[in-house]
Design a protein around this ligand. Structure first.
Ligand code: PGA
Length: 252
């Protein structure tokens, strides 16, 4: 059975003072039975978060990673640096990076390769836009986003992948995919990975897009929804904790 994973994606939010309060709460209350929990603060706060979470079971992740290992790449942060900071996970190919910062499928695949080479677990985000869903192309979009990763990476490494299905129309909008819509896409994702030769039964597939305390349990009760990538609701401890508890309840 796949262990549930709940990941807080803080995006471009936080300050030393605000993080101190939130991380303190996460540290003392963020451990629930049967669930892996991680937070992904912005790069400048990874050290602070690593220090504050050290000795707790809450893991650390970053929101992006360079495709390069080192050298003349101004502004980049490598996988090895993230490991130095204590990261376990890194989000790769979030739709905001794809749409606002021009990340292509092939760049995402390179970043996944760099993350794996550094020993990180990449959380690869895939998902369709509203118009792509309305035109009936959601599965095709997700399949091609996955295929570019599967084609570029040594198949033996890919069972370490975490996939996050994040329909773009559900991110930060308050709209959530129904549990049935999400489950159906998660089954499709698992099938795509399997077809590509990945041992996909053990791969955790998270749902992301306006997950909150009110909708988490229904989502987590679906067989192929192995957790969540949580944006807005991860910035307030009570909401984040309730989502983690829902994951725990669904695992029992
Ligand atoms: P949201 O963001 O929970 O605020 O919709 C999710 C994400 O972008 O990872």
């Amino acid at each position: 059975m796949r262990r549930k994973l709940v990941v807080g994606n803080w995006k471009l939010n936080g300050s030393f003072a605000r993080n101190t309060a939130l991380l303190g709460e996460v540290r003392s209350g963020g451990c629930v039975e049967g669930v892996d929990i991680a937070v992904c603060p912005p790069f400048p706060y990874l050290q602070q978060a690593g220090d504050m979470l050290s000795g707790s079971s809450v893991l650390l992740g970053a929101q992006d990673v360079s495709a390069y290992q080192e050298g003349a790449y101004t502004g980049e942060v490598s996988g090895r640096m993230l490991v130095d900071l204590g990261c376990t996970y890194v989000i790769v190919g979030h739709s905001e990076r794809r749409s606002l910062f021009g990340e292509t499928d092939s760049r995402v695949a390179s970043k996944v390769g760099a993350a794996l080479a550094a020993g990180l677990t990449p959380i690869v985000c895939v998902g369709e836009s509203r118009s792509q869903r309305e035109l009936g192309g959601a599965e095709q979009v997700v399949a091609s986003q996955l295929e570019s990763v599967v084609a570029a990476i040594d198949i033996k490494l890919l069972d370490r992948l975490v996939v996050a299905y994040e329909p773009v129309w559900a991110i930060g909008t308050g709209l959530t995919a129904t549990p049935e819509q999400a489950q159906s896409m998660h089954v499709f994702i698992r099938r795509c990975l399997g077809r590509g030769g990945v041992d996909s039964d053990g791969v955790r597939i998270l749902y992301g897009g306006s997950v909150n305390a009110g909708n988490a349990l229904q989502l987590f009760n679906e067989k192929d929804i192995d957790g969540a990538l949580v944006g807005g609701a991860s910035l307030v401890f009570d909401g984040f904790k309730a989502i983690c508890e829902a994951a725990s309840k669904a695992s029992l």
